[in-house]
Ligand binder design. Structure first.
Ligand code: PMP
Length: 440
């Protein structure tokens, strides 16, 4: 294992890392909610890898479908009709309420193409996005992102206009959450007016913002946003790469709010990561436009049959194993457990949870809400928290002052409890570090 890790580091570059600071785990396999390392440890995967492995590690039905597709036809160029392309296209139209899918290799490329499609269809140039967002690491999607991951490519592609988020715990203008509930929409209208509505092609939003802290909007947000964008003929692109495909217990997070976007982008939970695949799903009007206009885009591997077969099998697993129902039910329990932690630990400032998409936002002081680590930074307390969780072989995602709970949707209540017990130990250590009284 030490040699494998050394050679990984000697001959390969790890993403989003200062190479000297990478400490990769040598993964050798997995099953369900667990994966194994080369030292013989079993890890509880509390972040579904990159919040994508929704059906868990090595689901036999997805593996079987991949093997069958490899045997029958491993590759077809992107301009060929295939059985799997027809089947998945039809299924995505059904579950999104939209019309046609354009297949990509992942989420970044899906957003890249969604932006391009919106510009071609509307003849307008600008895209509104939100500050606390991530849309990918290719040039366009990285520029469209709002969080610090965009900084290395600034100024990026032209025409990106950013607005504030429905971040109800910390309204960006100060004031109360209820004031911001109105403000977070009226502010977007003002930006539209000032930018010139006729210059704006689309607004690109994460259905529910994921890697910036599971920002769950108030119930009124999406219906009002949909109406606002309709008023100015601006398209709504819903990035469901992380929040879609069961993560919140529905196909799309925006389905909790009863709206239908014009374009949906998806990836991650589309195949649960078993093969690389993303999709841009467009509504009927946009699909019709491209009946007699040129769709400028596509890669050698677009619509790769093995990826499509993996997606079809993965979506069947969601339905056959009633995983969305399970997610909603277990999600209710998880929400209650996290709320109890908020009451118990001084360092838990806010809890946001929907389905198995959850975050704990950590603070030094519940009253002042001073974050436990600065934006785009870390702190000894966050480092201690992460180190403790890792030492117990629970694989968790933490960033800035936040700690996520995003296990595979197949996780059982007992497995969830085991991971949460480790989280509680870590929160108690943080309380001790910030000098809070010992939790009862
Ligand atoms: N959009 C969102 C909301 C994401 O969370 C991610 C990945 N974390 C992406 C886009 C990019 O997807 P990919 O890494 O598959 O390119």
């Amino acid at each position: 294992t030490q040699q494998v890790i050394a050679e990984n580091r000697e001959y390969t570059l790890f993403s989003w890392s200062v190479q000297q600071q990478t400490h990769p785990i040598h993964m050798t396999g997995g099953r369900g909610s667990y994966f194994y390392d080369g030292d013989g440890n079993t890890w509880l995967d509390f972040s579904s890898q990159l919040i994508n492995l929704n059906v868990g590690h090595q689901h036999p039905k997805v593996l079987e479908a991949i093997k069958a597709q490899v045997d029958s036809m491993c590759f077809a160029g992107p301009s060929f009709a295939t059985d799997v392309r027809a089947e998945l296209g039809k299924k995505l139209a059904e579950v999104t309420g939209l019309a046609k899918s354009f297949f990509t290799l992942g989420g970044s490329e899906a957003n890249e193409n969604a932006i391009k499609i919106a510009k071609l269809y509307t003849g307008r140039d600008k895209i509104i996005t939100r500050y606390r967002s991530y849309h990918g690491a290719t040039m366009g999607s990285m520029s469209a992102s709002g969080d610090p991951r965009r900084w290395p490519v600034e100024p990026g592609i032209p025409g990106i206009v950013r607005v504030f988020d429905p971040y109800m715990y910390r309204p960006p203008m100060g004031g109360s959450a209820s004031e911001w509930e109105d403000g977070c929409i009226t502010h977007i209208e003002e930006v539209i007016q000032l930018e010139g509505p006729h210059t704006i092609a689309a607004m690109l939003v994460e259905g529910i913002t994921g890697s910036n802290g599971v920002l769950i909007p108030p119930d009124s947000y999406y219906p009002r946003l949909r109406a606002l964008l309709d008023k100015y003929d601006i398209l709504l692109i819903d990035d469901e790469v992380m929040s879609g495909f069961g993560r919140t217990g529905k196909w799309l997070a925006t389905q909790h709010y009863g709206i239908v976007p014009d374009i949906v982008t998806c990836a991650k939970g589309l195949t649960s990561g078993y093969m690389p695949l993303g999709a841009v799903v467009v509504n009927q009007k946009i699909a019709d436009y491209f009946e007699n206009h040129f769709l400028a885009g596509g890669l050698t591997y677009s619509g790769h049959p093995v990826s499509l077969a993996a997606a079809i099998a993965n979506l069947k697993v969601y339905e056959e194993e009633h995983l969305f129902e399970h997610t909603l039910e277990l999600g209710n329990y998880l929400g209650e457990r996290l709320e109890a932690m908020k009451r118990k630990y001084a360092c838990v400032g806010d809890v946001r949870s929907i389905g198995l998409f959850s975050v704990l936002e950590l603070v030094r002081d519940k009253k002042t809400k001073e974050p436990l680590a600065p934006y785009n930074g870390t702190s000894p307390e966050m480092a201690k928290l992460a180190a403790h969780i890792k030492s117990k072989h629970v694989y968790a995602f933490s960033r800035f002052n936040m700690l996520w709970v995003c296990p595979p949707l197949v996780i059982t209540k007992e497995e969830l409890d085991a991971g949460l017990a480790v989280y509680e130990e870590a929160l108690a250590l943080v309380d001790e570090m910030i000098g809070a009284p010992v939790a009862a």
